[in-house]
Ligand binder design. Structure first.
Ligand code: IMP
Length: 195
């Protein structure tokens, strides 16, 4: 089975391929099926944005499409950056600029508890929709550590492992991450759906 990924984020594609390929599911970029859709993420929740992306790419390609909408929710910031994680601080910032801004905005605040959230949505051309949500709790580190992963990984601290997400191997991260958990739930739902 082939699913078109509604994203241009190569690192997200790689993480999703690593997990879904094990299940015999091929994931390809929209560009590989001749589609170039840039969906405006106007939803107020991860669920809404995930559905917006998967549905737009399914309609444009005529193929089953999968989307992940994810982000970091920090308790002391009332859940920010949340659905705005990719746009935190505006267009001019890159991943490093965004996590530096987060550390800056966290200065003097407590507690530093946070969670990553991922909502996976798969839209089929017949109108059927499958959704799965995964969460991973952690805290915000005081300084970045590690070179792996992407986004806020260098500042997402896992107290039990005494490491940030960026210090884990891809396999270690996938085993506990929000996206890994959402994909595991998605895998179960897809297996039931295909029966
Ligand atoms: P999306 O592509 O609109 O879902 O944006 C998700 C954003 O949340 C990314 O650009 C990252 O900033 C952040 N994010 C989501 N998942 C992760 C992760 O696994 N590690 C680090 N940052 C993440």
């Amino acid at each position: 089975m082939k699913l078109v990924l509604a994203s241009k984020n190569q690192k997200k594609l790689k993480e999703m391929q690593e997990i879904l390929n094990q299940l015999g599911i091929e994931v390809c970029l929209q560009s590989e099926v001749g589609v170039d859709v840039d969906v405006e993420e106007t939803g107020a929740t991860f669920e809404e944005n995930s559905l917006l992306k998967a549905s737009a790419v399914m309609k444009a390609s005529g193929l089953p499409a999968i989307a992940d909408d994810s982000g970091l929710c920090v308790d002391a910031l009332n859940g920010a950056p949340g659905v705005y994680s990719a746009r935190y601080g505006g267009e001019g910032l890159d991943d490093t600029g965004r996590y530096r801004l987060l550390l800056e905005n966290m200065r003097g605040l407590g507690p530093r508890t946070a969670k990553f959230v991922s909502v996976i949505t798969c839209c089929f051309p017949n109108g059927d929709v499958l959704t799965a949500r995964g969460e991973c709790p952690g805290t915000i580190a005081f300084a970045p550590q590690g070179e792996g992963g992407f986004g806020y990984d260098p500042v997402f601290w896992l107290p039990e492992r005494k490491k940030t997400f960026a210090q884990l191997s891809a396999e270690e991260k996938n085993a506990i991450s929000h996206r890994g958990k959402a994909l595991e739930i998605f895998r179960e739902k897809l297996t039931q759906y295909l029966k």
